[in-house]
Ligand binder design. Sequence first.
Ligand code: NAD
Length: 349
Amino acid sequence: MRKVALFDTKPYDKEYFDAVNAKQTAPYEMVYFENKLTAQTAQLAKGCEAVCAFVNDDISKEAIETLYGAGVKVLAMRCAGYSNVDFKAAFGKINVVRVPAYSPNGVAEHAMALLQTLNRKIHKAYNRTRDFNFSLVGLTGINLHGKTAGVIGTGKIGQAFIDICRGYGMRVIAYDLYPAKDKGIEYVDMDTLLKESDVISLHCPLTEQTHHILDASAFSKMKKGAFIVNTSRGALIDSEALLEALNAETIRGAGLDVYEEEANLFFEDFSGTVIKDDVLSLLVSKPNVILTSHQAFLTEEALENIAETTIENLNAYFDDQELVNEVCYQCIGGKGKVQCKEEGKKRCF
Ligand code: NAD
């Protein structure tokens, strides 16, 4: 039986992976670790031919070398993003596959849930009515109908969010390096998006270009009273600049599912601990900030898709089939850079 080491696993991961694996004609031996995958924990994968990792694992050059030395051949990311993988170190040694889309609608729905919780102050109303405080003072929101949503990144999740905004009767404008064709999306330059949007929602990946795409300069160009929503990656926003914009009341509120320093915090219970990250503490303390801990993906449908696609990716690898969901050092740049699969190969190397 081939062994797969799954890192950073939670009870819900185990439930769905066990269910999908049990349906396989040749099931894998799943070895579940609660630890994150790091240079220090990589040696736990000894004896496993495959490793399955998630968004906050630290898959550095050192981790890759330890995995390779331990006999690991394939790294199956059970997520879409891969900014935590050192692809240069993996190239030629360990093939990397991912789950490109597990629930774009689920993530987009969570983005709108964050926005409407903030806007209509549902979090405050929930606490008030539990205390039989039925006052409405301070709970005034705005109609989204007729307002402008600015969407940065119009891939799968961005387009699902655009559909939801259109359902609310919003005008949608968007910015993307690679505009989608035939989708009827009104693309504008970044400055126009910042200036005209009542809601700015981030749906682009984290790259060198998008790191701190919302920085102090971007906040200074925004329409006063705009909402910010980030369900993509924390480092798209300069958190200190966000705090300043919140303090200056130039923005109305922020709905965050991700945070740039989330890696050692999110998915764990620190309720009995003094959090030493002052920026996070200040953000969380604000009534107009809603923070969820990278849960936008967390739906039953997504967990099932993640487990199914990950196991299909592993089957393809071990059956010597084409790795349709492979990403590598050469092709991560995507459009414009080398596309390994266009060269007619079954896998990147
Ligand atoms: P996608 O690849 O379908 O779309 C990304 C879009 O961003 C593409 O259209 C691309 O052209 C665009 N883009 C790339 N570089 C850009 C730039 N410099 N400026 C503007 N646009 C740029 O990805 P997706 O499936 O829609 O996912 C978007 C992001 O959502 C992922 O990168 C991931 O970080 C995040 N995500 C978060 C969760 C969660 O639970 N919070 C779950 C899944 C994905």
